[in-house]
Design a protein around this ligand. Structure first.
Ligand SMILES: [Zn+2]
Length: 232
């Protein structure tokens, strides 16, 4: 009986191992990337915090302006299949906290980008070879982990963005989170955004005032699933 039990255990291990390996897309940088819906399902089954949630459906009143789903972005083409934003469970909960606190001041968040499939990181790198502004495919982006968001603040009543030092995806020094030569109102609004996001567990990226990484992002895998594959 014993050898049979061992054989069964080995078969089970091989089976679960093969499910995981199905999710590992072979790429030039030998990164472990979840790129198979089955591997993602298994990941979430083992740890529900790994789930990527639709931000719009989960955070009341949050506004989306997904530039990569339009041609109004630095690539000048539509790179996303739909104007949606996803992030890991804890990230979405933190955004809900920010949104709720801002709403008490008549303000809210606008999201330009959140989870980004790894394939798009490869595309962005082909266009801009500068790690100050786009992630290197050697490491992948925190957006690929569902743990980064690009956001600004809007007035709830008008939907207008508060004045910030630059528009989103302005790849100049002026976009720096600590850049000093900006209008006082823009500096104040930038500080307001950085402070509230920090309070809920995010860290601003030094060269982009709009980009925030969720603390603990290292615990989450790189992913290369489309938005549609996340909601299968
Ligand atoms: Zn970003």
């Amino acid at each position: 009986m014993r050898p049979i039990r061992i054989t069964c255990l080995l078969l089970l291990l091989l089976y679960s191992g093969s499910l995981y390996s199905q999710g590992n897309k072979i790429n030039p940088y030998k990164l472990n990337i979840i790129s198979n819906p089955g591997a993602y399902t298994l990941l979430v089954k083992n740890d529900s915090l790994k789930q990527l949630l639709d931000i719009k459906k989960t955070v009341p009143g949050i506004v989306l302006d997904i530039r990569y789903a339009t041609s109004n972005n630095f690539t000048h083409k539509k790179v996303y299949t739909s104007a949606r934003a996803f992030a890991r469970l804890k990230v979405v909960r933190a955004l809900a906290g920010v949104q709720s606190e801002l709403s008490k001041q008549g303000l809210g968040l606008k999201v330009f980008d959140a989870y980004r499939p790894y394939a798009e990181t490869l595309l962005f790198w082909d266009i801009i070879h500068d790690t100050a502004y786009v992630a290197s495919p050697v490491t992948g982006s925190r957006h690929n982990r569902g743990c980064a968001v690009d956001v600004s603040i809007i007035e709830l009543k008008t939907g207008k963005e508060l004045q910030m030092p630059t528009p989103f995806d302005d790849f100049t020094m002026k976009a720096g989170a600590g850049y000093q030569q900006v209008a006082p109102a823009a500096k104040l609004n930038r500080q307001r955004l950085i402070s509230i996001m920090s309070k809920y567990g995010f860290t601003v990226y030094p060269s982009e005032w709009w980009h925030f990484d969720f603390n603990g992002w290292k615990d989450y895998e790189l992913m290369d699933l489309s938005f549609e594959e996340l909601t299968l």
